[in-house]
Design a protein around this ligand. Structure first.
Ligand code: ZN
Length: 468
């Protein structure tokens, strides 16, 4: 029996539930009121960090004035620095990076570190592993944001016939989504969590047996399930679905609507603490800026105005005191909408989380210079019914498109895709597009199971220059 564990899990759920009601009230606050709230929370966070974290004390004491904290005057932190200084950064001296990482590595089931903390890692597309520890208040804010996302999509706790949710996500117990399901599985909803590495026939069998009303999956997994649904092997009747973590092109959305008869919501959730979701209008992701501050900046770290794409985000999470996150860099490229949403919520919207892990390609342009080719342009690949999934790899000025065909795909598929991609690239102004299409049985995924649709060649610019 793990009485302490179960009691804490239930308390986290109830605490998250209470906070989620408060969050929903904040969504329509005038911007001025929201800004005052953000400032209060930021002042409290920075004050606590300076008092209890040797790392922040040293970094911030020189730049802080006596009045309210001015976020833009604080130093920016990247993941490597956070990991290098982890032991001095946290505000509980019992937390040690290497011990935590070793503990997470050994984790076989859902557990609290030292009986009180939620500890998780994120592989990240940029290489270095990130370690995040949440205290009780911080974790309840995460639970509250999950419940807020669900509420926006129309999922409300329901009795006696409980709502049935299937989440297909990370494999490891240390993944945030797995720990989230563990907290939420206390009895209000019925949950089925499946690892995305499960073979498709077993996934179909488990889903048919569970009969979820709601399904969340990465777009590439959802697309595979759409194929099973259209073939009649998967028999789900969903009232809503959502996708997260990977790029979803408009062509993919169309296919999901065709297969499941519902318009999928786009979710955004990071282990760093910045979350968001589309509202019922599906016109961009509202970011939960009442729980986490974000700054949209360009490659040099300068603020980017609404309407223009940024290169990365700086995140400050307002609820977690054990590991204060203040201006932590996140490699997500976002364009913020300048107009308020017609739904009436005042939280700003990201037009799309672009290039979350996918890259914008820079290819030689007709008449000189470069053309930026956005990953969504390759959505045309999935318009072809014989394509199961694909990945674009840039090698200098040349593109290799790896394609996993459906079983009955014809021999002309590769030539057809090559022509379609070349045509699109030419329309975009690319000079003499060079495209090769190769058939594959499967595609390589990241450690976290994500499929990166478009992978740029870091040496592409140089290669392009050398070839001339
Ligand atoms: Zn809206």
């Amino acid at each position: 029996m793990r009485i302490g564990y179960h009691r804490r899990r239930l308390a986290d759920f109830l605490g998250g539930m209470r906070l989620s009601r408060e969050l929903i009230r904040r969504e329509r606050w005038p911007r001025g009121r929201l800004r005052r709230h953000q400032q209060e929370r930021l002042d409290a966070l920075v004050g606590y960090a300076v008092e209890h974290s040797p790392f922040y004390r040293e970094r911030l004491s020189g730049v802080l004035g006596s009045g309210p904290v001015e976020l833009s005057s604080l130093p920016v932190m990247d993941r490597a620095r956070m990991m290098d200084h982890y032991d001095e950064l946290v505000t509980d001296s019992r937390l040690r990076r290497d011990e935590l990482l070793a503990w997470i590595e050994r984790l076989k089931r859902d557990e609290f570190y030292l009986g009180e903390y939620r500890a998780m890692t994120t592989s990240g597309s940029s290489g270095r592993k990130g370690l995040f520890v949440y205290d009780e208040v911080g974790w309840r804010a995460i639970v509250a944001m999950f419940l807020r996302q669900s509420a926006w999509m129309g999922v409300k706790p329901r009795l006696p016939r409980r709502f049935r949710m299937a989440l297909i996500g990370g494999v490891a117990p240390s993944h945030m989504s797995r720990q989230g399901s563990a907290t939420l599985g206390v009895g209000v909803h019925r949950f089925l969590g499946l690892p995305l590495t499960l073979p498709i026939d077993r996934m179909v069998k488990a889903l048919n047996r569970f009969r979820p009303e709601f399904l969340n999956a990465y777009p590439s997994v959802a697309m595979r399930l759409a194929e099973e649904q259209l073939a009649g092997r998967l028999r789900l009747s969903l009232t809503m679905m959502s996708t997260s973590s990977e790029l979803r092109t408009p062509e993919m959305t169309e296919r999901l609507v065709e297969a499941f008869g519902v318009r999928p919501f786009n979710l955004y959730a990071t282990t760093e603490g910045l979350w968001g979701v589309e509202c019922e209008r599906h016109e961009g992701i509202h970011l939960f800026e009442d729980t986490a501050l974000f700054e949209n900046v360009d490659a040099e770290g300068k603020p980017v105005p609404a309407g223009e794409p940024g290169a990365r985000l700086l995140v400050s999470f307002l609820h977690n005191l054990v590991q204060p996150i203040i201006r932590l860099e996140l490699a997500d490229s976002v364009t913020i909408e300048s107009e308020p949403c017609a739904c009436g919520r005042t939280l700003v919207r990201a037009r799309a989380i672009e290039g979350r892990s996918d890259d914008v390609l820079r290819l030689p342009a007709r008449g000189g210079g470069e053309v930026a080719v956005h990953p969504t342009e390759f959505g045309i690949m999935t318009r072809d019914r014989e394509v199961r999934e694909f990945q674009v790899l840039q090698e200098g000025p040349r593109l290799r498109i790896l394609v996993v065909p459906r079983p009955a795909a014809s021999g002309e598929l590769a030539a057809r895709l090559r022509d379609a991609a070349s045509r699109r690239l030419a329309e975009l102004g690319v000079e003499e597009p060079r495209v090769a299409v190769e058939r594959r049985d499967g595609l390589a995924r990241s450690a976290g199971g994500k499929l990166q649709l478009v992978v740029a060649d870091p040496a592409a610019r140089q290669a392009h220059v050398d070839l001339q």
